[in-house]
Structure formats: C-alpha cells, structure tokens
Design a protein around this ligand. Structure first.
Ligand code: CTP
Ligand code: CA
Length: 226
C-alpha cells in the first residue's frame, strides 16, 4: 500500500481516467486543440490511487509530470485516446472521462507541411468517435463518468448527454467562472444524473472534486452487482 492513510474503498478495482486535450493534426506542424490543463483528470487519478485503485491515466499533451503509482499513457489524437481508453477499460470498474476530446479532426491529415496560398482556405473536418458513448454502448457493470462544459441550459443539456451516452453521471461546469475549469486549481461543478436530478457543489479544489466524484462512483458500484 503506497498511501496507508487513505480509506481503501477502491482497493483492487481498476479505474481508468482520461485527461487533457487532444491534438488533431492538419499537417505535421499544425493542429487543432483546446486549452485543457489536465489538472482535473490528474487529481482524479491521484485520488483513486490513494484509495487503493489500480489506475490507468490516459492523457493528451499537458504540462504535468507522471504520477507515482499510476500507469500513465500519453497520447495526442482523439483516435489514439480512443484506442488507449477502450483497451484499458476492458476490465475496469470505473471510467472517468475528463479529457477535452476534440469533436473533429482533419478529414485528410497531410503528410507534408502545407504552404500558404493566396486568399481563404477551407479545411474539411470529420467527426471524431464519441469515446464515452462507445463505452456506454457496452456498459456492463462499469461506472461511467463524464464532464461537460456548457454556456447555457447546463443541467438540461448535461442530463441529455448522460442519457445519450449511457453515463452514470456528468459533472457540469461553466467556462465563465473565474479560477475554475481550464487551467485553474479549483472547480465549481454540478453533479447531473441522467434523470435530471442534480447537486450543485461549492467551489472546491480539483482534488476535493475528485474525492466527491469517487464517493459518488463508489456508491454506484455498491448499488450494482460487483
Ligand atoms: N467525450 C468523448 N468523446 C468525444 C467527445 C466527448 O468521450 N468525442 C466525452 C468527454 O470526455 C466528456 C463527455 O463526453 O466526458 C462530454 O463531452 P462534451 O464535449 O460535453 O460532449 P459532446 O457530446 O461532444 O457535446 P457538445 O456538442 O456539447 O460538444
Ligand atoms: Ca464536444
């Protein structure tokens, strides 16, 4: 036991966490991405590890070091994230998708750097697979947790997302709250279940959000057949 002080309520269970942004390359030197820091996912991975879980953290490019006692898999694209998460999730008890997966990638990724041309250019984007929804299609007795950032009608949209993806719950946040979400050390989230029931949590450290998230996941595990 690496962390004998913590409650070991996840002992022996596999927990998969995705974190950070993805990069969708247009050519070898240009990509579409987003400012996800990865901090929320790393906090979930640390908390799960300290509670005894066997943790795999699949992360896009972030400025965070590997975590002791966690298997860290570094990927770049949504397709790589998908392969790594689906592989790791096979015998997992809990999957937490904090990754800010790019919704689209270039329909054709050029092998050579594209020189500029005179005038406008059009980029053809094609949708990436929805990893959480794929996990939900073969849910088994895994607990599936998503994150969603919304600018309006958050609870309603998050509940619909949880339904559509067959997730047990989604943590909803808003990009406008200062010091939270992208890059900050705190987060202010609302837990939203597929039936629309929800709980607004106060502004908390990402580690405390991780603790409450795993408390909720552990309740779902206890209610299931595991
Ligand atoms: N997600 C995923 N694969 C994708 C997109 C999203 O697994 N291709 C996961 C995210 O990691 C997150 C949850 O789904 O846990 C919700 O992400 P969000 O972007 O809010 O959902 P979308 O279905 O992409 O909806 P939107 O059109 O609002 O972007
Ligand atoms: Ca999206």
């Amino acid at each position: 036991r690496l962390f004998p002080g913590a409650a070991q309520d996840l002992a022996g269970l596999k927990v998969i966490v995705s974190a950070g942004p993805t990069r969708e390359y247009l050519d070898p030197v240009r990509f579409i991405s987003n400012p996800s820091s990865g901090k929320m996912g790393f906090a979930v991975a640390e908390e799960a590890r300290d509670r005894g879980a066997q943790v795999t953290l699949v992360t896009g490019p972030v400025n965070l070091p590997d975590l002791q006692g966690v298997r860290v898999v570094r990927i770049e694209t949504a397709l790589e994230l998908r392969d790594a998460v689906l592989e790791a999730a096979q015998d997992a008890a809990v999957v937490v998708m904090t990754a800010a997966v790019a919704d689209y990638r270039a329909a054709e990724r050029s092998g050579e750097k594209q020189a500029k041309v005179a005038g406008d250019v059009t980029v053809h984007l094609t949708p990436n697979p929805d990893i959480l929804a794929e996990l939900g299609q073969h849910k088994g007795d895994r607990v599936l947790v998503g994150f969603a950032m919304e600018t309006h009608a958050g609870v309603e949209r998050a509940a619909l997302k949880a339904q559509r993806k067959n997730a047990d719950f989604i943590l909803l946040n808003y990009p406008t709250r200062e010091g939270t979400a992208f890059g900050g050390d705190d987060n202010e989230v609302t837990l939203v279940r597929p039936d629309g029931s929800h709980e607004a949590w106060p502004r908390l450290s990402k580690r405390e959000v991780a603790r409450r998230l795993l408390d909720e996941a552990a309740q779902h595990l206890a209610a299931g057949t595991r």
